[in-house]
Design a protein around this ligand. Structure first.
Ligand code: NDP
Ligand code: ZN
Length: 191
């Protein structure tokens, strides 16, 4: 097999595995959006905005929520995709044994210590989530909770800066648009 074929193979293997692992999950919105749409969105942005073609980075982007949110383990990712992709996925995974507030705090504190590839995946992840919060917010979230998420995401991204300028610029534009749209929503509720 040529290098190019095996690199494409890893990406499609990751799509196949992640789609099976996330099969029964939905995003937190009220449209019943399949969860897999989000990791696909993250990988798509790495290519189309970030100009990233490294197959390990793209496969890890597709797998980035499998260990955190599904039955997948670090061991299963290593067995199927190798240690380099496992390490990237773990860099993008919270430790679910910790309380939520601590996980949130650690994301801010640890962001600047991540590898460049993990920083890029996390940048695209935050763009995708901030956009989703504005366009198809989690059901039952108050405007205040949405605003708090945006502030927190901005703090995480401050630690990721320097990794990929186009992704950072897209995050900044997305955050601004989301802030305006959420403020407008708050105003319409007040009126
Ligand atoms: P959560 O971690 O509970 O939810 C956000 C995560 O859910 C995202 O990071 C994303 O993660 C995933 N997700 C799934 N569907 C969507 C969607 N449609 N749109 C966006 N994200 C989606 O939220 P937080 O705990 O971060 O809450 C945000 C803020 O609100 C925090 O600052 C927290 O302190 C505060 N808070 C407020 C509460 C309140 O009642 N006021 C209660 C709890 C928290 P992934 O990439 O893994 O898919
Ligand atoms: Zn994610």
């Amino acid at each position: 097999m040529t290098n190019e074929l095996s690199e494409l193979g890893v990406i499609f293997d990751a799509l196949s595995y992640a789609s099976k692992m996330h099969a029964t999950q939905r995003r937190k919105d009220n449209k019943d959006t399949p969860y897999i749409n989000h990791p696909i969105d993250v990988a798509r942005m790495l290519v189309t905005i970030g100009g990233i073609t490294d197959s390990n980075t793209l496969a890890a982007a597709i797998l980035h929520d499998t260990v955190e949110d599904t039955e997948a383990t670090a061991e299963s990712i290593e067995e199927l995709f190798g240690a380099a992709i496992r390490d990237l996925v773990l860099e993008c995974s919270d430790d679910k044994s910790l309380p939520k507030e601590e996980r949130k705090r650690l994301q801010v504190v640890n962001a600047s210590h991540k590898s460049q590839a993990a920083k890029c995946i996390k940048l695209a992840d935050k763009i995708s989530n901030v956009r989703d919060i504005s366009d198809s917010p989690p059901a039952f979230w108050t405007v205040q909770r949405m605003q708090e998420y945006l502030v927190w995401a901005g703090k995480v991204v401050d630690g990721l800066r320097g990794a990929n300028q186009p992704l950072e610029e897209l995050f900044d534009r997305t955050l601004e648009t989301a802030s305006m749209s959420i403020s407008a929503r708050a105003q319409s509720i007040d009126e």
